[in-house]
Design a binder for this molecule. Structure first.
Ligand code: GSH
Length: 215
């Protein structure tokens, strides 16, 4: 399997985490010449990562890729069989995606120079992030995984989201974004060391360090 992308992308990270948990072999490549070359646009017309080639199949959009992996490689499932448990794993994933990662990425884009500094936008994002973290704290388990013992799709989404929160919040004066959110705090401490997550966490950490150093 070929994953077009960078390990620092939180969208790519979801796919890598699912692959690592399932024990799949893959290679990660950054598209030569950038994301908007005719060759890469032929694979993904939006020119975004992750884009995955698995044999003859090419797919993109992290949600779709993760769902594909679960169906194609059902060993070590990341979505539980029961409707209730499956909806809980998806809920934690969705909260992480839309209400935690999204505002954290707006802040990251401002500090990394990808978008101009904008105080009003930053304040609105911090307000949204606080709400997202409160809701996440309500639903997430304190570890080792987001729904308790088993690694699920929730972890594929929550880990990258919290990774960005942890790095970006202090740059906006929030020393400990998990203060008063004990479940998130304990979860974050535990998931980084989980056998299915450790390698990807380390790769993100290494790439982020290099990225922030270059600013
Ligand atoms: N909805 C997409 C979002 C993917 C995405 O935005 N990836 C970023 C990297 S973090 C990207 O490729 N950006 C380049 C661009 O939008 O031109 C997914 O879930 O896969």
């Amino acid at each position: 399997m070929k994953i077009h992308g960078s390990p620092l992308s939180p969208f790519v990270a979801r796919v890598i985490l699912a692959c690592d948990h399932k024990g799949l072999s893959y290679g990660i490549v950054m598209p030569k010449g950038g994301l908007k070359t005719p060759e890469f646009l032929a694979l993904n017309p939006f020119g975004k990562i992750p884009t995955v080639q698995d044999g003859k199949i090419t797919i993109f959009e992290s949600d779709v890729v993760v769902e594909y992996l679960e169906n194609k490689y059902p060993k070590k499932r990341i979505i539980p069989a029961s409707a209730a448990a499956a909806s809980k794993t998806r809920l934690i994933a969705r909260v992480s995606d839309l209400y935690v990662q999204a505002p954290a990425l707006i802040l990251f884009r401002q500090v990394s120079g990808r978008s101009p500094k904008n105080k009003a936008e930053a304040e609105k994002s911090i307000e949204g992030l606080n709400k997202g973290l409160d809701v996440l704290n309500h639903y997430i388990e304190p570890g080792p995984c987001a729904t308790g013992k088993s690694f699920t799709i929730s972890d594929c989404y929550a880990l990258p989201a919290l990774f960005f929160v942890s790095h970006v919040a202090p740059l906006f004066g929030i020393k400990d974004p998990y203060k008063g959110r004990p479940n998130v705090k304990k979860y974050w401490t535990a998931i980084k060391k989980h056998p299915s997550a450790k390698a990807q966490y380390t790769a993100m950490q290494k790439t982020m360090k290099a990225r922030l150093k270059g600013l």
